[in-house]
Design a protein around this ligand. Structure first.
Ligand SMILES: Nc1ncnc2c1ncn2[C@@H]1O[C@H](COP(=O)(O)OP(=O)(O)OP(=O)(O)O)[C@@H](O)[C@H]1O
Ligand SMILES: [Mg+2]
Length: 276
């Protein structure tokens, strides 16, 4: 399906979406947690994914990231099938994800947590470095510089040599973001970046997320804080009971009766009141 792929009267073939999800199915026993979901993730977008509790959002992420094997459908990253690949291959292909509850290595410093990441990356076969030993120190320095640059960008540089256990819940989310950015992914699936985060830090996280498309990173963001979604994301996808209910601009989503109904049927959230 290519419903939201950019179309142009002058070009015969529209640019493929960064991620194409085609009739994806994930079942648990008889439960269709993800039920024939299709959408395209436009390159350079910050796309939102909302829906009431149990709608299937995290299951969709887990299936896209390879933690669950789909029961049907296709997932293409830059036109190449990734469904059925193990998580580390999907990560190496450029699709990263963060977790609803991040768990950094608590006794390691922030810097060490970040410097662990790139060894798994393609084109960075660390055994090559055993052959070319002179490259090891240079490579270490480059990784360290990249980690320090990310920590500075996220306002965590003064904590670089502190153990991750000193971080607040919101700062852990920032470290988690830095961790996946170390791998220089094409896209990040963010599961509830705003959950449990102090409003001041939340504004900072939102601002950093807004800067990511300019750094070449496309985002798909699950979030229950609808103010955050509506100010950050376009388009917004809405899931309910395993299905994709609609896709639209924040305004379209706010005004869609089906969306309101899905939320009212499940939880006392009023999407119309969420605009700021
Ligand atoms: N590993 C699993 N085994 C069995 N059922 C599961 C599993 N994971 C999720 N489910 C079920 O699949 C459905 C979708 O759950 P999911 O966690 O994807 O929802 P969600 O949209 O992320 O909800 P929330 O907003 O509360 O995080 C729910 O009915 C849930 O109970
Ligand atoms: Mg979830």
């Amino acid at each position: 399906m290519a419903s939201n792929a950019p179309t142009s009267a002058t070009s015969s073939a529209p640019a493929p979406a960064l991620l194409q999800v085609d009739s994806l199915v994930k079942e648990f026993g008889g439960l269709h947690a993800v039920n024939h979901v299709s959408f395209n993730l436009r390159e350079g977008s910050i796309t939102g994914l909302i829906g009431p509790n149990g709608a299937g959002k995290t299951t969709l992420f887990n299936t896209l990231a390879g933690a669950h094997r789909p029961n049907g459908g296709r997932i293409l990253l830059r036109g190449r099938r990734i469904d059925g690949l193990p998580p580390h291959r999907i990560f190496a292909a450029g699709l990263a994800r963060t977790f609803q509850i991040p768990r950094p290595f608590a006794t390691m410093t922030l810097l060490e947590n970040l410097m662990l990441v790139p060894a798994d990356q393609p084109g960075e076969h660390f055994w090559n470095n055993w052959v070319a030993r002179g490259a090891v120190a240079r490579r270490e320095r480059a990784i360290r510089d990249q980690a320090l640059e990310l920590l500075a960008w996220l306002g965590l540089e003064r904590l670089a040599t502190e153990p991750a256990s000193v971080l607040s819940g919101g700062q852990r989310k920032l470290l988690e973001l830095a961790r996946v950015l170390m791998a220089q992914p094409a896209a990040i699936l963010l599961d509830e970046p705003g959950a449990g985060v102090h409003p001041v830090l939340l504004a900072q996280i939102a601002q950093r997320l807004r800067e990511l498309p300019a750094r070449g990173v496309t985002l798909l963001v699950i979030e229950h804080n609808l103010d955050l979604v509506m100010s950050l994301c376009n388009p917004v996808l809405v899931m309910a009971q395993g299905r994709l209910l609609m896709e639209g601009t924040p305004d379209q989503v706010r005004q869609d009766a089906r969306v309101l109904e899905a939320y009212l049927g499940a939880a006392p959230v009023d999407v119309r009141e969420s605009a700021t």
